[in-house]
Design a protein around this ligand. Structure first.
Ligand SMILES: [Zn+2]
Ligand SMILES: [Zn+2]
Length: 362
């Protein structure tokens, strides 16, 4: 039985309780909250070491290799893992558990430069739409409340049993809302979306994961405040519609240029942005300090030029994440940085560069 508002539960007990309710569990290292390392065989295996888990013998064998891909409800595997690493932190794989996690952050040190367009990407806010004014929106929970208000909904995390999520307060005073994933039309797939629905709001779905409700890390306990993991509420329809709005189709430039460039000019524009990214990638690979800042700046610039250059968002996103990985950043960090900066850059298109020569002389 899962208790609410009681003393922290030992990790193995918590993992088994959640698994018994269909939550797919795997272990994180308590020091860095990242998946426990792959076994030595996987580290030496050329396929496994690129992150390709598909032929890996460890997964059918019930090992914890390949992080979220190892997530299971099998109590024998879970018991074996936590006997080996009793202090591991249980994490939940969202997709296999048929869950969706809304992660509301409280990193308030850097408010977005233009709150009217960046608090809710794709929605241009006017001051009269925001009770108390834009300055009162300080964290992800405020942004989700604002979205609910705009859509005429009184509260983003309803109290009725049908839609009540498992609501968790994180050690940094953020909030995790675990909903049962909605049934979607054929061909529509959920995906992770970092900062795309709103500022300080991450959507974790499919092969993404979150720290288990009730788990304790060195930073503190993820305390369940409402709802129960026995039966998480179904995501309300209005919120599902908002999530589908941002994940499908993939993010697009907010407005097309008023007059499309003729082909030759378009090709030059595309070549210009490609050069900017190639050069940035080379520079990034030489850095040992400030790589995250440099990647963010490069992605922001690419975002600002993307509409003009007419290149595909996903393609550029992929190139930039690879640039980050090539410079030694881990994939999740690179993905997060690129998503945020590209989205911000898209919302603030840069003026058309005067000529390629001007860029060459910088
Ligand atoms: Zn392995
Ligand atoms: Zn492997």
């Amino acid at each position: 039985m899962i208790n609410i508002n009681t003393a922290p539960v030992p990790p193995l007990r918590l993992a088994l309780d959640l698994a018994a309710n269909g939550w797919h569990v795997f272990p994180l290292n308590p020091r860095d909250k990242r998946p426990l390392a792959n076994c030595l065989d996987c580290r030496d295996n050329p396929t496994c070491s690129t992150g390709d888990y598909r032929g890996c013998p460890c997964l059918p064998d019930g090992q914890w290799c390949h992080g979220v891909r190892a997530a299971t409800t099998n109590p024998d595997h879970i018991t074996t893992w936590w006997r080996r690493v009793p202090g591991a932190v249980p994490a939940i794989a969202t997709g296999p558990s048929r869950l969706i996690l809304i992660d509301l952050d409280t990193h308030t040190d850097q408010p977005p430069p233009d709150p009217a367009t960046q608090l809710l990407p794709g929605i241009r806010l006017t001051p009269d739409q925001v009770p108390g004014g834009l300055d009162t929106v300080r964290d992800g929970a405020d942004v989700l409340r604002l979205l609910a208000h705009l859509r005429g909904r009184p509260h983003p995390w309803p109290a009725g049993p049908e839609h009540q999520p498992v609501s968790v307060v994180t050690p940094s005073s953020g909030r995790h809302l675990w909903y049962r994933a909605p049934d979607l039309p054929d061909g529509v797939r959920l995906r992770q979306a970092l900062g795309e629905l709103g500022w300080q709001i991450d959507i974790k779905a499919a092969w993404s994961y979150g720290i288990a409700p009730g788990a304790t890390t060195p930073a503190g306990t993820y305390t369940i405040r409402a709802g129960t993991p026995v039966s998480p509420g179904q995501m309300p329809d209005w919120l599902t519609r908002e999530i589908l709005r941002v994940i499908q189709p993939p993010p697009r430039p907010p407005a097309p240029p008023p007059t499309p460039a003729p082909p030759s000019q378009q090709q030059r524009a595309a070549a210009y942005l490609t050069t900017v990214i190639e050069r940035g990638t080379t520079e990034l690979a030489t850095l040992t300090d400030g790589r995250k800042t440099a990647l963010s700046a490069l992605a922001f610039k690419a975002g600002g030029l993307l509409t003009w250059a007419g290149l595909n968002y996903d393609h550029i996103h992929h190139q930039l994440v690879n640039a980050g990985i090539a410079a030694g950043l881990d994939e999740r960090a690179a993905d997060r940085i690129v998503h945020r900066a590209l989205t911000n850059g898209l919302a603030r298109p840069l003026p058309e560069p005067r000529s390629r020569a001007a860029e060459h002389t910088r």
